[in-house]
Design a binder for this molecule. Structure first.
Ligand SMILES: Cc1cc2nc3c(=O)[nH]c(=O)nc-3n(C[C@H](O)[C@H](O)[C@H](O)COP(=O)(O)O)c2cc1C
Length: 351
């Protein structure tokens, strides 16, 4: 069974769904002494199996797979269809401007649950070393099934209450995600309010209610921060944004260009997908921040073709550029070099 104490560097390369995570990035992070991840979010079972096999072809070292928990009926408002129709109307002007058609809100609770079962089956049959869950906590039986197949099981939490739930379900460890993290916040319900505590305080608070190993994530950019979090009781840290410019990452040309040239604030907003996610502030975020309904994946599905069209033509004001706080001054180059820059040295104080 995998153990974080076996890592040469106490660093996890965050799963980054939507194309940023690649087998090359996962393998490079693991080869550098950290733990790489395959991002299973938005993938079919077939694609996940392919990503796992490609990663295994690149490394014999352990890596993790991250899955999104499916949304349940109770998380969505009873008038979700009406709210989505209204939001779609509000998006029409952007669609016309980008000459792109709005997507359809297709996923149902049943179809999401079916795909999720298939993804679990892939993880079990492939005996993946580490499996983590985002957007909720799996049932005890499911955690047990994965453990029996040899996986270490983690749950991403943003609040002490959720940490307690995950511990009760039998999780082996927790990813503690603070508010500075890039991308989606892993709240257990779409409608949940956000945690406001900065990462260091959140880790301390979760440490006080739960004895599981903790991986700290969100806004970690320096070795000094890593040391502080390890001192606060984390066994490792997880970095996402610092790997966006890694050679091995699948970050698009538009994303790379924006990350390196725009100096703006980031914002936590439901505007792009219906779930809170941290992105670089742009025209889309400003226009739809107040009005996007808390409906996921419905909002994600209707906005995705517009965001894709904008990204493909470099119109960064109308696509999502996930990034944690801060994102300026990121280093480009091999993932191994980026990891070494952030890893604390054992005997000196160089950052
Ligand atoms: C582009 C991008 C995509 C992400 N996708 C996922 C994902 O698929 N699953 C997940 O658990 N977290 C995802 N995250 C969040 C990371 O796991 C992690 O919490 C975050 O990157 C840490 O903060 P940092 O970006 O400031 O380093 C994503 C983050 C980014 C930047």
């Amino acid at each position: 069974m995998f153990s974080f104490s076996s890592l040469e560097l106490p660093i996890v390369g965050a799963p980054m769904a939507g194309g940023v995570s690649t087998p090359e990035l996962a393998a490079a992070v693991s080869a550098a002494g950290g733990l790489g991840f395959v991002a299973g979010g938005y993938l079919s079972a077939e694609s996940l199996a392919e990503q796992i096999q490609k990663t295994r072809a690149l490394t014999d070292l352990p890596f993790g797979v991250n899955l999104f928990m499916p949304v349940t009926d109770e998380q969505l408002p009873s008038d979700a269809d009406k709210q989505l129709t209204e939001f779609a109307t509000a998006l029409e002007t952007v669609g016309q401007q980008l000459e792109a058609q709005l997507g359809e809100a297709k996923a149902s609770v049943e179809s999401e649950a079916r795909v999720f079962d298939e993804l679990i089956q892939v993880c079990v049959s492939q005996a993946v070393a580490v499996v983590t869950f985002t957007f909720g906590c799996p049932a005890t039986e499911l955690v047990r099934r994965l453990k029996d197949s040899g996986s270490l099981v983690g749950v991403t939490v943003t609040k002490p209450e959720d940490a307690v739930v995950a511990a009760q379900a039998g999780a082996d460890f927790l990813c503690v995600q603070g508010p500075a993290a890039g991308g989606h916040q892993s709240t257990f319900s779409v409608s949940d309010e956000l945690n406001q505590l900065p990462l260091l305080q959140l880790v301390a608070k979760i440490r006080s209610v739960c004895s599981l190993p903790l991986i700290a994530a969100g806004g970690i950019r320096t070795a000094a921060q890593v040391r502080e979090l390890l001192d606060a009781g984390a066994v490792a840290v997880e970095i996402g944004t610092p790997l966006l410019l890694a050679d091995e990452a699948g970050t698009s040309a538009t994303q790379r260009e924006v990350l390196q040239s725009l100096e703006r604030e980031t914002v936590l907003t439901r505007a792009f997908t219906g779930r809170f996610a941290r992105a670089i502030k742009n025209s889309w975020a400003e226009r739809y921040h107040e009005t996007a309904p808390a409906i996921y994946p419905g909002v994600h599905e209707i906005t995705a073709p517009l965001r894709r069209a904008a990204a493909s033509t470099g119109e960064h004001e109308w696509t999502h550029i996930w990034a944690g706080e801060p994102y300026t001054g990121l280093a480009a180059g091999p993932a191994a070099k980026i990891l070494r820059q952030i890893a604390p040295t054992t005997n000196s104080e160089t950052d």
